[in-house]
Write a protein that binds this ligand. Structure first.
Ligand SMILES: NC(=O)c1ccc[n+]([C@@H]2O[C@H](COP(=O)([O-])OP(=O)(O)OC[C@H]3O[C@@H](n4cnc5c(N)ncnc54)[C@H](O)[C@@H]3O)[C@@H](O)[C@H]2O)c1
Length: 334
């Protein structure tokens, strides 16, 4: 990647007050970009002004919704790069409120692509897609050619959005790229609900010396990727022509059992305890089984590789929340 690709660029980050969006925004500011954050501040998602505390004076915050085409258009027109990180992120909410998910996760990305097609066709647009588009892995590790058969509404809508991205590249020549992020964790993720970003929620429970309920035996595996590695890949993707029009799996490439992560956290913090509970039916029905990403394509094509081990990532995340837990437990940092 050209080291300072973002230097002097105008960057829009949708969902920029959330976990991934704010982390991208922070790094973009560091790289010398002029950053606009576009976030609707919707609960119960991870928006939090504490997430941009360090760069608050260097970014512009627009409180607006990706479902609002006019607002999006106004904010997209002069941008060089767009990171699309706004979403309805809960798998369970997507099942109880499917039309909300459709509205945010399909209409949002389509609005963004249409706004770019009509008013800014040279912008580079990176989509935060999800490993949820895969469903139950049929082979391991999961690569980009793996069949897609999502287990929940959110996965279906993320897949549709990915396809919009590819289509707008193929048909209109937009510079798009989708990254199928695995289980991201790290500083700035919300910790109020275990509905998503579960590692962070477990860290909060442990720091509060609470009991952590593990559904079933906890031996299902996931691919846990540290936020800095996600951010580096997103910035690399926007700077590389080789990424445009394509889809990449984005994980650590390492398979880790959920229960092992929980035990690592409890050991590192020195507090908290683990209990087992039967799977609630609504969670069991959308549980994907074991998952690990193949990262060969992104490694070979873009030269990206993960740098942070799970042990180091957990340590850094725990240190962050030890220092700043209050900012994440009680308010959205206003
Ligand atoms: N965190 C992960 O492990 C993970 C894994 C795979 C994919 N992703 C994807 O990454 C993206 C960001 O997720 P996150 O973990 O940062 O979640 P988050 O909840 O921390 O952030 C999402 C942000 O989007 C905003 N938002 C929601 N609806 C909006 C709307 N209609 N208009 C404008 N803003 C809106 C919220 O206010 C919030 O600030 C999502 O697309 C998610 O699907 C995340």
């Amino acid at each position: 990647m050209p080291r300072n690709f973002l230097s002097g660029k105008k960057v829009l980050v949708t969902g920029g007050l959330g976990f991934i969006g704010s982390s991208v925004a922070q790094k973009a500011v560091l790289h010398g970009a002029e950053v606009t954050i576009y976030d609707a501040c919707i609960n119960p998602y991870g928006w939090n002004f504490a997430n941009i505390k360090e760069v608050r004076d260097s970014v512009t915050v627009v409180k607006a919704d990706v479902r609002d085409f006019e607002k999006l258009k106004q904010n997209i027109m002069d941008k060089d790069v767009v990171f699309d990180c706004a979403a309805q992120v809960s798998h369970t909410i997507s099942m109880t409120n499917p039309f909300l998910d459709l509205d945010i996760n399909c209409k949002g990305p389509l609005n963004l692509l249409e706004a770019c097609r009509r008013f800014n066709s040279t912008a580079r647009i990176i989509f935060a897609s999800s490993r949820g588009v895969i469903g139950h892995p049929k082979k391991s590790p999961v690569d980009e050619l793996h069949p897609t058969d999502p287990l929940d509404i959110q996965g279906i809508n993320k897949l549709a959005a990915e396809k919009y991205y590819s289509l707008y590249s193929r048909v209109y020549g937009l510079k798009t790229c989708s990254l199928r992020i695995a289980n991201a964790y790290g500083p700035r993720a919300q910790v109020r609900t275990g509905d998503y970003a579960i590692v962070n929620w477990v860290i909060k429970k442990t720091l509060c010396n609470e009991e952590i309920a593990v559904f079933g035996d906890g031996t299902q595996t996931r691919d846990y990727i540290y936020i800095e590695d996600v951010v580096d890949a997103m910035i690399l993707a926007c700077s590389s022509k080789a990424a445009f029009g394509d889809v990449f799996m984005l994980g650590s490439g390492t398979e880790t059992r959920f229960i092992d992560v929980i035990e690592m956290i409890v050991n590192l913090v020195g507090k908290g305890s683990i209990t087992r509970k039967p799977w609630p039916p609504d969670r069991k029905s959308i549980e994907i089984g074991n998952f690990v990403s193949s990262i060969s394509k992104i490694r070979n094509r873009l030269g990206w590789s993960p740098k942070v081990s799970i042990q180091d990532g957990l340590r850094m995340t725990i240190d962050f929340y030890k220092a700043r837990l209050k900012e994440y437990m009680y308010s959205n940092g206003h």
